[in-house]
Each structure stands twice: as structure tokens, then as C-alpha cells.
Design a protein around this ligand. Structure first.
Ligand SMILES: Nc1nc2c(ncn2[C@@H]2O[C@H](COP(=O)(O)OP(=O)(O)OP(=O)(O)O)[C@@H](O)[C@H]2O)c(=O)[nH]1
Ligand SMILES: [Mg+2]
Length: 424
């Protein structure tokens, strides 16, 4: 059943975003309230006059839900619920609700339930002390209080059990991450404000269909696919949950492992909705979260998407280090996507060094592997079938190669070439 919601915010821009959030949660906004009073009223957040106006709107439109942009205390929610006679929710509550609707994977579901319970537990504690104050007296414990105490204990136990289960899932994820690092395939992660077009770009780059929608938080579960970057070779591209300003803290905590992956990426693509007038503000909100999760130092390319909606043409801009730092493109039309591939190739490639490698004739499997993984510049095969490869590869690849027992002795760097040749 679609819920009819009444949205309330301080200004037009937060109201627009709140409307989008409501829409993503499956509600339709039937009435809006914008109020200018900045100083919140302790009991009800909004003043008496505004509360009366809101109550009237709810009645007229038969709204079943009121959503507020500013954060509300549980007491404010409860007091206002009494006045407007329907459910009242703030932005964080709404975002948590959307996440709960969308989570698909086991990890995603655990993360969302944990976030919801953490959010709930702070509310219960406050509600409980509030009742206790009302009752007063030592040793007097009404049935209501006992129930709240029990709830609190049960929630605490559930939080503990969820945390343990999540830790196990995260440990597995850590193993996979280490395996990827050993394989030395660099990861490129798409990040950005929700609805910026990350999944559209993911689909454009990998050719793999993913869920794309004009709604906030269309993507929740991370997806990863192999990507061939011309002139560089293989990389893994990952698409993950979008950011939003003031992402509820319970969610950041619960999604920490997912977000932490960004810190170990070789490169981030920060996707901006360039057609949105407020994109610079959104970008700042994203960069703030990236710093919070320790991914502030990862090399980054700014991707200004949706230029088909603006008068911009596909182009790039280079930074002080000579590398491309911004790309203007359209994931829809594909214009400028090759410039992004060039930018990724340059950024990832600048970490690569040049090596010369000698292989025995029977090392065909390794040769194929190297062709997939590295940039092969030259190949020579002598009369005995021995292969000499000149290639560029990640320093980490070198460690991997040397750890392969069967390939020992085949390895030589340019400097050591003469020595290896003498040994051969
Ligand atoms: N005109 C235009 N629309 C685009 C472009 N890229 C994406 N969109 C639209 O923007 C909306 C959001 O796209 P998504 O790819 O789902 O965005 P996202 O960043 O993955 O969003 P979340 O997963 O919700 O965080 C969709 O309606 C897309 O069709 C583009 O280059 N041009
Ligand atoms: Mg998406």
C-alpha cells in the first residue's frame, strides 16, 4: 500500500531531497511544509502555529505519515505524533527504512538490521529514562518500565549476536580481499552521491547489466566485475552504496566493512551528477565520508557525469602531477567514456615498472597469465623455444611471480639480465 506522506523541511532544497527519499521508500508526498524558524522548539521541533498548520494538512490530504528533514528526538516525534495524529519520522529514520527495504545479500541484511537496532536502542534508552523520571521513587517499577528494560536487554543481546555474525562475514570478505591483492589485480571503486549515475557508468564500462533507477539508494549491495582497460590490462570495477549528506551514523558504523573496502582500492572514481546545480556541495559530502573511513588518500578521478543534460562537451583536465584528475562524460550516451579509460590507464599504469622476463618453453600457462595481467611491450622466442618478454607490471606482481616455485630462475630484471643469461 502506498503511504501518503507530508514532508517538512527548512528550505526548498532539503525538501526536494526529502521528497526523493520518500519516493524511494515507496511513499507519495501529498503535502509539503517549509518553515523558516531556525531555532527548534524543544518539545515539538516546530512552533505551535506550524504544528497546527501541519495537523490541518494531514487531515486535508488524509496523510498517514509525516517526514521531517531535521533530526528529531524521540520525545519530539512522540509529541508531534499526538498533535498530527499520524506517524512521524525524521530523515535518518526514513533512510534506515529504505535500506531495510532494499538489502538483498546476507551481509547487507545483517548490516541494516544492526543499524536499525542501534538507532532504536538510543531511542529506547532515552524513552526509558524519561518514564523513570515521571514515575520517581526508588524501587517502584511499573509494568511499562519492566517491558522497556526487557526490550533494551533483548535488543542488546541481538546487537551482540548480529555483530558477531557480521564479524564472521567480514573476515571472509577480508580473505577475498587478500586473495585479490595476491592476484595483484587492482580494484577501481565507484563512489559518489546517491543517484549520480555510478551504476550507469558501471554498466557502460563493464557491459554487465545492473539495477539502475531514478531513485535514491537504488544500489545497496556491492557488485564487482572484471574490466579491461585499454593499454593497461585487467582491473576489477566495484559499484557500491551511494552517499548522502549526514548519512545516519548507525549506518556508517554498520556499513563500515563495505566502506572500508574503498580505502584499499587502487583508485576511486568519484561520480558527480554534473547536471545538478548542487553537485559541488554533494561532492563535499562524499569527500567528508571518504576521509572518515580512511579513504581520503586513495588516488581519485573526478567523473562529471550527465553532460548530455548540460552544454558541456566530453573532455579531461590534468592536475599538477600531470595525470588526468577530472573527466566530463555521459554514462547515457557513452560520450567521453574512452577518456575515462585513458585516465584510469594512466593512473594505474604510472605505478607499473618495466621488467624483462625469461620463460622456459613449457611455461605457456604463465605466459598467458602475464598477457592477461600486464602490459606486454615486446616478445622474442629463440630457436630453443625460450621466451623473452619485455613487460610493464605492478611491483606487487613481482612478489607473486617470485613465489611461484615452478618459475624460479626464469625471472630477471633489466639489471640482472646479464646474470640470468649467464645462468641459463
Ligand atoms: N541524462 C542522463 N541520465 C543519467 C546518466 N547517468 C545516469 N543517469 C540517470 O540517473 C539516474 C541514477 O542512475 P544510477 O546509475 O542508478 O545512479 P547511482 O549513482 O548508481 O544511484 P544509487 O545506486 O541510487 O546511489 C537514473 O535514472 C539514470 O538513468 C547520464 O549520463 N545522463
Ligand atoms: Mg547504483
Amino acid at each position: 500500500m502506498t503511504q501518503h506522506a507530508c514532508a517538512a523541511a527548512h528550505g526548498e532544497s532539503p525538501l526536494r531531497e526529502l521528497e526523493q527519499l520518500a519516493c524511494s521508500a515507496g511513499a507519495t508526498v501529498c503535502a509539503k511544509l517549509v518553515w523558516t524558524r531556525r531555532k527548534p522548539v524543544a518539545a515539538t521541533l516546530i512552533g505551535k502555529g506550524n504544528a497546527r498548520q501541519l495537523s490541518l494538512l494531514v487531515q486535508q490530504q488524509a496523510a498517514t505519515l509525516v517526514i521531517f528533514d531535521p533530526p528529531m528526538s524521540p520525545i519530539q516525534e512522540r509529541n508531534l505524533e499526538r498533535i498530527v495524529a499520524c506517524r512521524v519520522l525524521d530523515r535518518s529514520g526514513l533512510i534506515l527504512h529504505i535500506f531495510a527495504q532494499r538489502a538483498v545479500s546476507r551481509e547487507g541484511k545483517l548490516q541494516v538490521e544492526l543499524a536499525q537496532l542501534k538507532h532504536l536502542s538510543t531511542r529506547l534508552v532515552r524513552g526509558w529514562s524519561h518514564l523513570e523520571r515521571q514515575k520517581g521513587g526508588i524501587g517502584l517499577r511499573g509494568p511499562g518500565e519492566t517491558q522497556l528494560e526487557t526490550d533494551r536487554r533483548l535488543i542488546g543481546a541481538r546487537i551482540q549476536s548480529l555483530t558477531r555474525r557480521l564479524q564472521r562475514v567480514e573476515a571472509q570478505r577480508g580473505l577475498r580481499r587478500r586473495a585479490r591483492r595476491r592476484a595483484a589485480i587492482p580494484t577501481v571503486s565507484l563512489v559518489g552521491y546517491t543517484n549520480a549515475g555510478k551504476s550507469s557508468l558501471f554498466q557502460r564500462l563493464t557491459g554487465q547489466p545492473v539495477y539502475i533507477a531514478d531513485q535514491l539508494f537504488a544500489t545497496l549491495d556491492p557488485t564487482m566485475r572484471r574490466l579491461e582497460i585499454p593499454g593497461f590490462g585487467a582491473a576489477l570495477l566495484s559499484d557500491t552504496v551511494g552517499f548522502i549528506r549526514e548519512l545516519p551514523h548507525a549506518l556508517i558504523a554498520a556499513f563500515h566493512a563495505t566502506l572500508e573496502e574503498l580505502a584499499s582500492a587502487a583508485c576511486l572514481l568519484l561520480v558527480n551528477d554534473y547536471a545538478d546545480a548542487e553537485f559541488a556541495e554533494y561532492r563535499m559530502a562524499v569527500e567528508k565520508v571518504l576521509h572518515e573511513i580512511g579513504a581520503g588518500e586513495v588516488p581519485m578521478i573526478q567523473v562529471n557525469n550527465k553532460i548530455d543534460l548540460t552544454a558541456d562537451r566530453a573532455r579531461t583536465q590534468r592536475g599538477k602531477n600531470g595525470l588526468i584528475e577530472s573527466v566530463w562524460l555521459s554514462a547515457h550516451t557513452g560520450a567521453g567514456v574512452e577518456l575515462l579509460q585513458q585516465a584510469m590507464g594512466e593512473l594505474l599504469g604510472c605505478r607499473r615498472r618495466q621488467y624483462i622476463l625469461k620463460l622456459k618453453p613449457q611455461a605457456g600457462a604463465l605466459r598467458a597469465h602475464l598477457y592477461q595481467r600486464c602490459e606486454v611491450l615486446d616478445e622474442q622466442i629463440d630457436a630453443a623455444g625460450r621466451i623473452r618478454l619485455k613487460l610493464k607490471m605492478e611491483p606487487a606482481d613481482r612478489g607473486w611471480l617470485e613465489s611461484q616455485r615452478q618459475f624460479k630462475g626464469l625471472w630477471s630484471e633489466r639489471k640482472r639480465e646479464a646474470k640470468a643469461e649467464a645462468e641459463a
